[in-house]
Ligand binder design. Structure first.
Ligand code: LMR
Length: 396
């Protein structure tokens, strides 16, 4: 049966980690995969997660409901949408998901099976690679919106294409910390984007994998979501992940939610979400859900989590500044100010593929081939080395 099976490329991001793990050089640095590392270069179990694990030490290993842990869904809805009319009026349908990618998968399936007539999904160019994979595999036509030029958000080009989109389209919006570029629309640009989306009847899907992780404040990072949903009263899909913000990468804990116009519609959409879940992963994983639930639902742990978010986001901002300062000190050719302007976990360096490959082969620096670096991979012990070899590479 498999004689004609094509050989596909392995995932670009996880492949970087595989090569990094196989490298024995002591100077190696992994700036590929977006996982937070602390100032010692190690993965960081958040103090709030440690507290939550203690609190749930006795939790059993029973299946969760198909929709996931009800108290977690309630907490997450409250966290992100708590002050909105949609939440207060019961116009939100949500189920727990396998982190952000599971949320996108369920969002796509639900749009397919809810008679929405949505046929096309717009994603940004560039974007996080699974956006294309997930929606294309569900039979949507995937089109791109130009996003990046001269180290910044290419607002004009983006709007020119968005204005052509039909009402049979949905658009994936990175709620904050655009992955991979780290260039977010300003609030004024968000307002203009929202106004085109409303006028043309395009369906907005927020990919919100970095709420709280970006600035340290969920409220601040959820601004665009709330603007669309509450200020403009639009329907929307939300795909939330706690991988980054709670450091729960392997637990796969997330939520997909749809904000609808009426409570009845929300009830119908909820049934479609449940069926989509049952038909794919059956029921979502329990352990991470219990941890996230204990964090959000226990005041003292939630307060610790807020401090953890500030710790992680400030460390990343500090590293961007140090890298920039070091490149300025070395008088590295070019303007590197986009590194400090970038939001979120990543910075998009703007190197050529040859330079990226050279950094890996010669200097044991691993990054995505687009030259996106995960800034969390930098720390006081390796930042000097990285700046030096980057400087050398750019001058070659
Ligand atoms: C990334 O973009 O590096 C992370 O979101 C990890 C992943 O799943 O790709």
């Amino acid at each position: 049966a498999f004689q004609e099976t094509p050989l596909l490329l392995s995932d670009g991001i996880f492949d970087v980690t595989r090569r990094y793990n196989a490298d024995t050089n002591p100077n190696k640095a992994n700036l590929g995969q977006g996982s937070y590392r602390h100032d010692n270069g190690e993965t960081w179990i958040l103090p709030s997660v440690r507290m939550a694990k203690e609190a749930i030490a006795d939790c059993d290993h029973e299946y969760l409901a198909v929709a996931g842990l009800k108290s977690l869904r309630d907490e997450v809805e409250k966290l992100v949408l708590g002050n909105t009319a949609a939440f207060k009026e019961g116009r939100v349908a949500s189920v727990q998901s396998l982190s952000g990618s599971g949320a996108l998968m369920l969002a796509g399936l639900t749009l397919k099976t809810s008679n929405t007539n949505i046929k096309t999904i717009y994603i940004t160019d560039p974007t996080w690679p699974p956006h294309d994979l997930i929606f294309r595999s569900q039979g949507f036509e995937v089109r791109t919106l130009p996003y990046y030029k001269d180290h910044s958000f290419d607002f004009e080009a983006y709007m020119d294409v968005l204005k052509q989109a039909e009402s049979t389209s949905a658009v994936v919006l990175h709620a904050c910390a655009h992955n991979p570029t780290g260039c977010d629309p300003t609030r004024d640009q968000w307002r203009q984007i929202a106004s085109v989306i409303r006028e043309r009847g395009i369906f907005p899907i927020f990919d919100a994998a970095y709420l709280g992780f970006n600035t340290g404040s969920v409220d601040e990072d959820a601004w665009a979501i709330r603007y669309f949903i509450d200020d403009l009263g639009l329907e929307a899909g939300l795909c939330l992940s706690f991988a980054k913000s709670m450091g729960l990468y392997g637990e796969r804990v997330g939520l997909v939610a749809f904000v609808t116009q009426t409570p009845d519609t929300a009830r119908a959409v909820f049934t479609v979400l449940e069926v989509a879940q049952r038909g794919t992963v059956s029921t979502p994983p329990a352990y991470g859900a219990h941890i996230a639930n204990a964090i959000l639902g226990t005041r003292t742990i939630a307060e610790q989590w807020e401090r953890d978010l500030i710790t992680m986001s400030s460390r990343i901002r500090g590293m961007k500044q140090k890298l920039y300062d070091e490149l300025v000190r070395l008088q590295t050719p070019g303007d590197w100010s986009h590194i400090v302007k970038a939001t979120g976990m990543f910075a998009y360096l703007g190197l050529t593929l040859a330079q990226v490959e050279y950094l890996e082969a010669k200097h044991h620096i691993y990054m995505a081939k687009t030259s996106r670096i995960s800034v969390a991979g930098l720390n006081d012990s390796n930042i000097g080395y990285f700046a030096r070899v980057l400087d050398q590479t750019v001058r070659e």
